[in-house]
Design a protein around this ligand. Structure first.
Ligand SMILES: Cc1cc2nc3c(=O)[nH]c(=O)nc-3n(C[C@H](O)[C@H](O)[C@H](O)COP(=O)(O)O)c2cc1C
Length: 204
């Protein structure tokens, strides 16, 4: 699949079959991920691959963390939230949690995060070009202390995203983007006026 085709046709998918991804395939996504651009080659990315066998255990860690942090009166609400997170965790056969090292200063931490986000997009594009669907999700659960410990997250590392991967059971979704020209100023090209374009629609 050509790069442009992969970029344009990738779409976030939330419903997956239970068919597992072979480890070699996940490894190939991660091997490509680390070729993301990265200032000073800090290589700040870390990946925790959560396989289907690990999901129930992780859901229990999430529940325990949530209960520990909760005020006593909130217990029913916390149980409901933990159940919701468990359902989410069980929704994909593989989840790759991406974390980014903190740097010695805020600027480096921000640049590390940007590089790790580029690595995460590499994973999604590699998956898509291999016939595997995915979605980048965020949730407070990936910053819970027990979860960070279970996923071997480095001290101070910043959570970037949880990449849910699997084989889609979902119909193609209609996606739209505002054309880039509506978001762009061309500097030094006086004859190019910004144009209002029609919405760019792509079926994923
Ligand atoms: C940083 C980041 C966080 C996201 N978090 C969530 C999330 O928590 N839940 C969710 O359903 N989608 C999440 N998404 C996916 C977006 O909703 C999705 O990319 C957007 O709807 C555009 O759809 P597309 O990916 O099919 O182009 C996230 C995407 C990014 C980049």
């Amino acid at each position: 699949m050509l790069v442009e085709e992969a970029i344009r046709s990738r779409a976030s998918i939330k419903v997956f079959s239970e068919k597992p991804l072979v480890p070699e395939m996940i490894e190939s996504f991660l091997d490509a991920a680390v070729w993301a651009p990265n200032h000073h080659l800090t290589e700040p990315w870390h990946f925790a691959v959560i396989s289907s066998a690990m999901r129930e255990a992780l859901a229990r860690v999430v529940r325990a963390d949530m209960l520990e942090q909760a005020a006593e009166l909130d217990l029913t609400l916390v149980e409901a939230k933990a159940l919701k997170e468990r359902k989410k965790l069980l929704s994909a056969p593989t989840i790759v949690a991406v974390y980014s090292d903190a740097g010695p200063d805020a600027r480096t931490t921000r640049e590390n995060f940007a590089a790790s986000a580029a690595a995460a997009q590499n994973v999604l594009l590699m998956a898509h070009s291999s016939g595997v669907s995915g979605i980048w999700r965020t949730s407070v659960v990936y910053d819970l202390p027990g979860v960070r410990a279970a996923l071997h997250v480095h001290e101070g590392a910043v959570f970037v995203g949880a990449l849910f991967l699997g084989y889609s059971l979902q119909r193609a979704v209609k996606r739209r983007r505002t054309p880039a020209r509506d978001k762009t100023y061309w500097l030094g090209l006086d004859d190019l006026e910004p144009k209002t374009g029609k919405s760019d629609e792509v079926r994923g």
